[in-house]
Structures are given as C-alpha cells and as structure tokens.
Design a protein around this ligand. Structure first.
Ligand code: NAD
Length: 459
C-alpha cells in the first residue's frame, strides 16, 4: 500500500512542476501516442487476438484507427480549446477584464474496460494529455495480454513522471481508489460504477462513469428491408462485432409486426452471408472474454425455449464460442430481458408501433444507446422526444459513438459525463472564473462598504 501511495504522489509532484502546462508539450505527448499506435500495430493486433480472438480488421477499425483519429483531432484543436474565453460583460464589470481560464485538474485515474481495451483507454488518455493532466492508468485484468502490453509500452513512449500504469484486479483497484485523485474515469458495469462513485465520494473526487445498459433498436413498419438500407445487415453488424461485447451494441429489437417476418428472415440470411454456414469456422468472429461471461450467456440460452430460436444457439465452452443467435416471440419479463446481454444473442420482440416501443423503453433504465429504423421523420422525432438514452443513431447503429465531434456518454444508469473531442478536454478541465480589476477607481465601489444606508442600496 505504501508504495502505491508514494507513486501517486509522484504524479502529483510531476503535475505541480507545471510540465503539462505548455501546449507544445501536450502535442508532443499526443504525437508519441500516435507513434505507439503506428509502430506497435502488430503487437496490438496480436494481443487482442490472444485476449478476445478479435479479428485484425476489427482491431484496426474499432481500436487503433479510432484512437489515432481522436489523438489527431486533439492535436489540431488543443490551441483553440485551451485559450481563455471572454464572456460579454455586465454593467458592474465594465471597468474589469473578465474571462474563463482553462485549467487542468491534476491527476486523473483511468480504470479501463476489457472489451475495447485499446480504444477506450487510449481515447481517455488523449483526454488526459490534451487537457494537461497527469494520469494513472489501470487497464482491465480481464484482457491480460493487452494489459501487459499497455504496461510495457506506455513508459516507452510517454513521459514516465506524468503517466503511470498499474496492473491488477479488484484488490489493486481497491487500493488505488483509497488515494486522492482529481478525477476518476471508469468504464464498465453500472454495479461496479456505484463502488467507484462511493470510493470517490470519500475524497469528493468527481467521476466520469462510462457504463452500459440494454440498448434497444426500433424497426418501424415503413422501413424498407429489401432495397435502400439493409436494416438487418446494419443491426447484425453492430450486434455481432466483438461477439456482442460492445457497450453500445443493439441489445434487443422492438420490431413492428408488419415487417417482423421479413426482418427475421433477413437476419437469418445476413448472418449466413457474413459468417458462413458454420460461424464457428469464420475468422471474423471474436470469442467471449472468459469462462464467467461464457457461463452467464450460456445460462441465458439454456433458459430460452428452442421454439423461439430463429438462428444460432450453438456453443463451445472450450473455445468460448457462442454462435450469432436470434430469438423471436420474446416478451418483457423473460429472463433475457432482465439485464444487458453483452454477448451474441439478439431477442426480437413484436410491437404494434412506436407508442408501444416508447412504453417498453421507458419501462426500464435509461440505455447507453438507442437505434431507430424508420423512413418517417415524424416517427423518428416522436421516438427521440419521448425517450432518453446516452446517444442515438437513426437508420444505422454505433455511428454516434464513433464520432469525435459528438459527446459520448450515458445518462441515468448508463453513466454520467461524456468525452470525445472537445468534450474530453472539457471533462478534465476546470473553468476558472477570473474577474480582474485594476488598483484604481475606488470611488466606483465606495458605496458598498458599511455603515450601510438605504441611499447606498439605490445606487
Ligand atoms: P466490470 O465493471 O466488472 O470491471 C471493469 C473494471 O473495474 C476492471 O478494471 C476491474 O478491475 C474493476 N473492478 C471490478 N470490480 C471492482 C470492484 N469491486 N472494486 C474496484 N474495481 C473493480 O466490467 P464488466 O462488467 O465486465 O464490463 C461490462 C460492462 O461495461 C457492460 O455493462 C458494458 O456495457 C460496460 N461498458 C461500457 C462502456 C462505455 O464506454 N460506456 C465501454 C465498455 C463496457
């Protein structure tokens, strides 16, 4: 415990030297992060193969390239973001200079997730660097090869005094949480999010919580399933990427009865088209991260009636393979609708329109994402106005979360705070109000001093 404490104090000292203040230093560190992603691409692909059997294409598209884009966007904008801003003045401020100083918070603790262990941690590291903070980085122990790689590479590329990686699981994280940080960013389950927030409260440390939830899809009756956009393909892509272990993955589908049969048929043919006759042989499907998660998902499949199975259902505990699976005739109250699936099972519920979909969505916790497939803008606007979620994408999936010009975060049970792009800078920056006046013009304020009189108040 002592050594952990000493190390965090090291980062506090590094921050207090002012080393992170110059914008050029931040840009240099961000460039080093890009160097790491370029030079170590093969090692990253290999680590994610070992941890999740993540296909190389997915590692490059959803981890490496996303993090590089985030870093590049931060480099291009850090000068503008870090400039003080000058609000319009009120009457008593006419003789003053009033502005908002953009000040880093200090030392930020990052507690990482295992499902996108490079993208999520590196995007958050970009946030720490661009805003001029120091960072303590705790990768997830559930993707251990990637965690070891991060621990090896970060000191090779980034300033050793300002950024430190700690490895470990619950006991080590619990120890770290006893320290005082200036902000904690946590990515993971809502249940652990509560533990993090309680620990942070001891030090009045603010938290940014990136959590999960059951993200719904609504397919309206006017959706053209055949021509134009391929609804089933888009849903399947977002669902089965990383074998369903994506925080913003479609969790379940609310499908209008008029297009239900066609949607289910299309899902079936799409899965075959994407992953072949036997998806177990496809190189494009990841694996479930560990035995505990495998057993959790297995239990959900075993709890479902075979008559409701549209496609999939195969499992292999040894290789932690679970087939892309779809169930029909699912109802609210079925165990599969109790909590986030976080695996490759897609329950489809029939609804009679957007009103029923709204009722179902509002009947449970606010999700991280919401996906709407509809041609009618009136229907889209009604769904957006009457529901709440961290973010939403219309006529596609995941896209709002992949954009660095949009805030990424949850609401209610799916999280608090947001990051990406400018929102990352703001999340780790203190906006310090400055009212700056000269040492003259005493007569202008003389009326405020005691002894008070009614006459003074009217001035
Ligand atoms: P988790 O919440 O169990 O664990 C994540 C991290 O928390 C690990 O680093 C672990 O060491 C630490 N941890 C676990 N238990 C702890 C404890 N008792 N005390 C202190 N630290 C502890 O992760 P999980 O449940 O496997 O993650 C899946 C969830 O994360 C899903 O709900 C998913 O939607 C969500 N998620 C959200 C995002 C997002 O960006 N919003 C991204 C990825 C995953």
């Amino acid at each position: 415990q002592d050594s952990t404490e000493t190390k965090v104090i090291d980062q506090i000292h590094a921050f207090q030297t002012g080393i992170t203040q110059p914008i050029e230093w931040r840009i240099a560190q961000l460039n080093r992060l890009i160097d790491l992603l370029n030079e170590q691409e093969d090692a990253i692909v290999d680590a994610l193969q070992q941890d999740l059997r993540k296909p190389k294409f997915e590692t490059l598209m959803t981890e490496v390239i996303v993090a590089k884009n985030e870093a590049t966007y931060a480099i291009n904008n850090v000068h503008a973001w870090s400039k003080p801003t000058y609000p319009s003045k009120t009457f008593p401020q006419l003789m003053d200079t009033v502005y908002i100083q953009k000040q880093p918070l200090g030392v930020v603790l990052l507690i990482g997730a295992w499902n996108y262990p490079i993208q999520l941690l590196f995007n958050q590291l970009v946030a720490v660097i661009v805003s001029g903070n120091c960072g303590i980085i705790k990768p997830s122990e559930l993707s251990p090869v990637t965690a070891d790689l991060i621990a090896k590479l970060i000191p090779q590329y980034l300033d050793k005094e300002c950024f430190k990686v700690y490895l470990g699981g619950i006991p080590e994280t619990t120890l770290l949480l006893q320290q005082k940080f200036d902000k904690i960013i946590y990515t993971g389950s809502s249940m652990v999010g509560k533990i993090i927030m309680k620990a942070a409260a001891e030090h009045l440390t603010p938290v940014l919580l990136e959590l999960g939830g059951k993200s719904p899809v609504y397919v309206h009756k006017d959706s053209n399933l055949d021509l134009g956009i391929t609804v089933a393909k888009r849903v399947a892509w977002g669902k089965y990427m990383n074998l369903g272990q994506t925080c913003t993955a479609p969790d379940y589908v609310l499908c209008h009865g008029h297009v239900l049969e066609e949607f289910l048929n299309k899902l079936k043919s799409t899965i075959k088209e994407m992953y072949g006759e036997d998806p177990q042989k496809s190189p494009d499907l990841a694996r479930i991260v560990n035995a505990r998660n495998f057993q959790r998902i297995e239990k959900l499949i075993l709890g479902m009636s075979k008559e409701k199975l549209v496609v999939g259902g195969d499992m292999n505990e040894k290789t932690r393979y679970i087939a892309p699976t779809v169930y029909k005739d699912v109802h609210i109250g079925d165990p599969i609708m109790d909590s986030e699936i976080f695996g490759p099972i897609l329950p489809v519920l029939a609804v009679n329109g957007e009103d029923e979909a709204i009722e179902i969505i509002n009947g449970s916790d606010k999700p991280l994402a919401f996906y709407i497939f509809a041609k009618s803008d009136k229907v889209v606007q009604k769904l957006l106005s009457n529901t709440s979620s961290g973010g939403a994408t219309v006529n596609d999936v995941l896209m709002h979360a992949a954009a660095y010009n949009l805030p990424f975060g949850g609401v209610g049970n799916s999280g608090m705070g947001a990051y990406h792009g400018k929102y990352s800078f703001d999340a780790l920056t203190h906006e310090r109000s400055i009212s700056y006046r000269g040492q003259n013009l005493e007569s202008l304020v003389a009326a405020r001093y005691p002894p008070y009189t009614e006459k003074n108040l009217s001035m």
